[in-house]
Design a protein around this ligand. Structure first.
Ligand SMILES: C[S@@+](CC[C@H](N)C(=O)[O-])C[C@H]1O[C@@H](n2cnc3c(N)ncnc32)[C@H](O)[C@@H]1O
Ligand code: SF4
Length: 366
């Protein structure tokens, strides 16, 4: 059983409650982008991965930012990219996060899980990106990805690593995301279902803008899908989001691609600070830039790099510019963090962790 995971989840929940009560700010959860290259080219990807200037931090620089995050109060480091498993030193990085007593999770496209399994085994949890059945996933994420994801889920479950699958909803998979929920139900992993984020607030370009436009669901369709997802949740499917979060997303009154900023006449009086992003969560890019969230990469937000001003300076810069008051990402991901760290969410998480840890040989995933 992973006691570090259970202890740190409890610590995270306590700190979130504490800071929410006092209105405090600290980067308790840090999304650390450690690799800006990728071995896939998912049509909707907003990270602008392969077009970025290459700024690959050295192992020592990654250790430095981990030190600074630890000093700033981070409890959970989520390794991301690009594709984090492209880095040969990912095992050392995970060890380093653990040496500071923090939790380490990763989001991956799974292509290299088998090759880097010695490193993967060290993770506290794994998020695997899978968009539907083989046909839908091949359209979204490329022909090799489906089989690799199924293999990776199997390997992680066998090793007792908690697995979550993330699915980005689009026209390609609107009918086939049920396939992943069925897999999740059979093999006991949670599925998060995300809105395909428009990037008009940012200067990042999606991998294939034409395909993005063609496959982007309309707001009514998104709302309807979340109603179906809510129904699935009630039927016992392993939808990660709580009913509270799902209802909040369905109820977002503005277009899903819009962020509301302070002073917007549609919601006068709303103040920044309700969302956990930028307040309790930080995004650290491969070039060192610190952002509040992935929605605010771009011209409206002027990031600073921890390489130039230190993490605390770059984090203070985030605080000085946080003027957003509501958005769909906040309703989905940030609200969910509030839920999973609530007593009810914690009890559910502990139950699943214990169940996964006790399971010896899961049935083949297929
Ligand atoms: C940017 S990827 C990086 C990690 C890894 N390469 C992967 O695909 O899991 C992290 C997550 O963001 C999701 N993602 C990428 N572009 C997105 C977009 N435009 N809207 C919503 N989610 C997106 C991916 O599907 C993936 O689950
Ligand atoms: S979503 Fe992940 S796998 Fe797909 S292109 Fe972006 S970084 Fe690569």
């Amino acid at each position: 059983m992973n006691f570090r995971l259970l202890k740190n989840r409890a610590r995270l929940a306590y700190r979130i409650h504490q800071l929410n009560r006092k209105g405090g700010r600290a980067p308790l959860i840090a999304y650390l982008l450690i690799e800006n290259k990728c071995n896939l080219a998912c049509f909707y990807c907003f990270v602008d991965i392969n077009n970025q200037e290459v700024h690959r931090l050295t192992t020592q620089q990654v250790f430095d930012i981990i030190d600074q995050l630890h000093e700033a109060g981070t409890i959970l480091v989520c390794l991301m990219g690009g594709e984090p498993l492209l880095r040969k030193d990912c095992g050392e990085i995970i060890d380093y996060v653990h040496s500071k007593g923090m939790m380490c999770e990763m989001t991956t496209n799974a292509l290299l899980v088998e090759q880097r399994f010695d490193a993967v085994k060290k993770l506290d949890a794994m998020m695997i990106s899978l968009d539907g059945d083989e046909e839908a996933n091949s359209k979204s994420r490329g022909p090799k990805a489906y089989a690799k994801c199924i293999q990776a889920i199997q390997m992680c479950l066998t090793e007792g690593i908690p697995v979550r699958v993330n699915t980005v909803l689009s026209r390609y998979n609107r009918d086939s995301f049920h396939h992943i929920l069925e897999l999740g139900k059979k093999h006991d992993f949670f599925v998060s279902l995300s809105i395909m984020a428009d990037t008009h607030y940012s200067d990042a370009k999606v991998v294939n803008p034409e395909e993005f436009k063609k496959n982007c669901l309309k707001d009514d369709e998104i709302r309807e899908l979340y109603r179906v997802i809510l129904q699935k949740k009630r039927e016992g499917y392993p939808v990660l989001f709580s009913e509270y979060t799902l209802k909040n997303v369905i109820g977002y009154p503005e277009p899903y691609s819009e962020i509301l900023f302070e002073g917007d006449p549609r919601r006068p009086g709303l103040k920044p600070g309700a969302c956990m992003y930028g307040r309790l969560m930080a995004y650290v890019d491969t070039d060192g830039m610190v952002y509040p969230c992935a929605y605010q990469w771009g011209p409206n937000f002027k990031p600073k790099s921890w390489l130039a001003v230190g993490f605390q300076g770059a984090w203070d810069n985030v605080q000085a510019q946080l003027k957003c008051v509501d958005c769909s990402l906040s309703r989905l991901a940030a609200d969910e963090w509030e839920y999973v760290t609530s007593p009810q969410g914690m009890a559910r998480g502990a139950y699943v962790t214990v169940k996964q840890a006790l399971r010896k040989s899961p049935a083949p995933v297929a």
